[in-house]
Design a protein around this ligand. Structure first.
Ligand code: NAD
Ligand code: UDP
Ligand code: UDP
Length: 323
């Protein structure tokens, strides 16, 4: 069994964000020195405040579109806004973050000979004709739409990773992350899990975009972080790309009803227009992850993960009201 436990200097870009902060927690638990780099566009010090002052944790405010000269053994490149309202706020900066950010982190990895992992996304498959999505599928992405800054930025980052791998023999790891949820998600990021939970807790209408029949597969954050760590621990013969996510597939109507049930809310469903280029279905084929990541499979069922996330938002909302 491969282990990911020898102490290393690890850089996490986007480390003050939702996924990045959980990854920093796990890396510190494993005994690593962690350098968390973030420009705080969507991340917050609150996500990592419990790590501030830890002797093996360091926080650096920095934008990855600019060069970064540090000495590390491994890099997890997560910096990039992930929710549509955030990445569409400044789409040019989103593309720059994925593309210039990847070039800078790859240049850094090349200079210090670090292993580097890219947080890619199921969005590289666009609105897919193949279901569930396998890694060999090349995707169906609109290159000029409102989601393109994110989708094409991430696709270009994957290209850069594989070219640095072929051209400069870099040790790369590319994971394609499917919709992930859990504590420390942003309350106002417009993503479906945070929207539905916050609406239900406040007793507001639950906003169903389109007919609510579109599907997504939701992975709990702890399962996702475990897969990322296992991926980093694989040998050089495993560059990816590898899908990581939970294959349980739900329509948005099913999700809304589940959230209403678990919160005991009296919220009603409200129909809203479907945003442009919204994928109709999404579910990862995780056969490859199971093969390459020592039998990894998500352990947290949707109901259990939602309960933990609801508890987090409930507390966060009561703190906001108290302020
Ligand atoms: P997030 O918005 O919470 O985290 C992203 C972090 O990157 C934030 O802390 C933000 O401040 C930082 N950042 C953004 N631009 C930066 C820049 N130019 N320089 C430095 N830092 C910058 O989002 P997340 O959900 O934690 O996503 C983390 C990564 O995982 C992203 O790359 C995202 O594309 C990928 N991903 C996430 C999901 C998901 O469902 N959460 C799905 C697929 C892929
Ligand atoms: N870079 C960086 N940190 C380093 C080394 C490089 O941020 O420690 C950046 C630098 O800005 C460079 C980019 O990574 O432009 C790509 O580096 P590479 O060596 O591939 O290309 P070059 O330096 O020839 O442009
Ligand atoms: N969605 C919805 N109501 C909301 C927010 C999102 O019905 O309040 C839908 C959205 O149209 C999409 C799905 O939920 O079909 C997932 O949206 P999200 O933005 O969370 O993720 P992504 O589309 O990037 O997978």
């Amino acid at each position: 069994m491969r282990q990911y436990n020898a102490s290393k200097k690890v850089l996490v870009t986007g480390g003050a964000g939702f996924l990045g902060s959980h990854l920093c927690d796990r890396l510190i638990e494993h005994g690593h020195d962690v350098l968390c780099v973030d420009n705080f566009f969507t991340g917050t010090k609150r996500n990592i405040e419990h790590l501030l002052g830890h002797p093996r944790f360091e926080l650096m405010r920095h934008d990855v579109t600019f060069p970064l000269y540090v000495e590390v053994d491994e890099i997890f490149n997560l910096a990039c806004p992930a929710s549509p309202i955030h990445y569409q706020h400044d789409p040019v900066q989103t593309t720059k973050t994925s593309v210039h950010g990847a070039i800078n982190m790859l240049g850094l990895a090349k200079r210090v000979r670090a292993k580097i992992l890219q947080a890619s996304t199921s969005e590289v498959y666009g609105d897919p004709e193949i279901h569930p999505q396998v890694e060999a599928y090349w995707g169906r992405v609109n290159p000029i739409g409102i989601r393109s800054c994110y989708d094409e930025g991430k696709r270009c980052a994957e290209t850069l990773f594989f070219d640095y791998h072929r051209q400069h023999k870099l040790r790369i790891k590319v994971v394609r992350i499917f919709n992930t949820y859990g504590p420390r998600m942003h309350m106002n990021d417009g993503r479906v899990v945070s929207n539905f939970i916050v609406q239900a807790l406040k007793g507001e209408d639950i906003t169903i975009y389109g007919d609510g029949q579109q599907t997504r597969s939701f992975c709990y954050v702890d399962d996702l972080v475990e897969a990322m760590l296992r991926m980093m621990g694989t040998g050089d013969e495993v560059p990816g790309p590898i899908n990581i996510g939970n294959p349980g597939e739900f329509s948005m109507l099913e999700l809304a009803n589940k959230v209403i049930e678990l919160t005991g809310s009296k919220s009603q469903l409200m129909r809203m227009p479907l945003p442009a280029d919204d994928p109709k279905q999404r579910r990862p084929d995780i056969t490859l992850a199971q093969q390459e990541l020592d039998g990894w499979a998500p352990k947290t069922q949707l109901e259990e993960g939602l309960k933990k996330t609801i508890a987090y938002f409930d507390k966060a909302l009561s703190e906001t009201t108290a302020d």
